[in-house]
Design a binder for this molecule. Structure first.
Ligand code: MG
Length: 355
């Protein structure tokens, strides 16, 4: 693995570079999809005009993306990007989006570094590029992964600082998980089934039970392709249903409008902040609630998403809180609320040295 200061040989001569960064998790992280102790993410750097700008993307295995492939994508685009006027960032990012059919996390990592660079160059925070008020940033949930009841109770106690929790369900022990959480807290809960329920009547039954347990909304109860079934479920429950795995990019949103109450937007899947901004506007125009979610990431990607968060109804931007070796500091959670750093660009501090 490359150190933070090292530039990959292939990108020599360009101000744009990419590298793999390994993030260690505080707890082994289990969802319906996977279980792991660390994550490798892609870091991008732009060094131009005396400024250093950073981006990050977490490639999603499900879509065949890895951090290493992300580095290759960045290195392929780096020479041409080095010749572009980054201040024309809308045009530059649309060019990046057209350079492959996939590589969404790598596109996001480049898009974030470009936003960081442009905002630093203009002497403003990234949120000012969209005219947002950082005081409008929402609360963020803190996520509790699937685990044994005793470990879940311990994780909930450790999450005392966070006023709203997001609970992962979708395996056979859903009731046990929720009852374990409820045995130690009365906080509002948001639940993510990560496509775990395969039957629409099972989903209706479980969601109506979750409502009685004080759950605010449910995320992606059934597999992404089951949009008709989601419409059926929505007509039989009271709490909002939020699409996540069914909602990757802007063009996905119109078909979800009659089957879901809202969408969870993730910058790593969307291909960056510009795409995320477009998705939020499309969703709002269709009357959908909006949420910003995240992958397990360091403060680079989480701070980037937080810069956009004044636009959304809900945030689940806790990926940096789950890792033990965050190389940067940026957005903070104060009384549960996302609190943006004061600096220009993303406002990151780092790389931090850790003993
Ligand atoms: Mg989700």
């Amino acid at each position: 693995m490359l150190g933070l200061a090292a530039l990959p040989a292939l990108a020599a001569g360009s101000p744009v570079s990419g590298q793999v960064q390994r993030l260690q998790l505080k707890h082994t992280w289990t969802t319906v999809m996977s279980s792991s102790t660390h994550r490798d993410v892609l870091y991008t750097t732009i060094q131009q005009g005396g400024l250093t700008a950073r981006g990050e993307g977490a490639g999603i295995v499900r879509y065949g993306e890895t951090a290493e492939a992300g580095v290759a994508f960045v290195n392929r685009l780096a020479p041409e990007l080095g010749r572009m006027d980054l201040l024309q960032f809308g045009k530059v990012i649309d060019w990046i989006l057209q350079q492959s059919e996939a590589d969404w996390a790598a596109k996001a990592a480049l898009d974030i570094a470009i936003h960081d660079w442009v905002a630093q160059r203009r002497g403003v925070p990234v949120h000012a590029l969209w005219g947002l008020d950082p005081k409008d940033a929402p609360l963020t949930t803190f996520s509790i992964g699937i685990d044994k009841a005793e470990v879940i109770r311990q994780k909930v106690r450790e999450a005392e600082a966070y006023p709203v929790l997001k609970i992962k369900v979708g395996l056979a022990n859903d009731e046990e998980v929720i009852e374990a959480v409820r045995s130690v807290t009365k906080k509002p809960l948001r639940v993510d089934a990560n496509e775990g329920w395969k039957d629409k009547d099972e989903a209706v039954r479980k969601i109506n039970w979750l409502e009685k347990m004080g759950v605010e909304f449910i995320e992606q109860p059934m597999p992404a392709h089951m949009i008709e079934e989601a419409r059926y479920v929505r007509q039989r429950v009271h709490i909002p249903i939020i699409a996540d795995e069914a909602c990757l990019r802007p063009a996905d949103i119109p078909k979800l409008a009659s089957a879901f109450d809202g969408v969870n937007i993730k910058i790593d899947k969307a291909g960056g902040l510009l795409q995320g901004y477009r998705m939020i506007q499309i969703a709002r125009s269709l009357g959908l609630k909006t949420m910003l979610g995240c992958m397990i990431s360091s403060s680079v990607a989480i701070t980037a998403a937080a810069q956009l968060s004044p636009l959304v109804d809900y945030a689940d931007l806790d990926g940096n809180l789950l890792i033990a070796n965050d190389p940067f500091a940026g957005v903070r959670v104060i009384n549960g609320k996302l609190t943006l750093p004061a600096g220009n660009g993303l406002g990151l501090k780092g790389p931090l040295t850790r003993g």
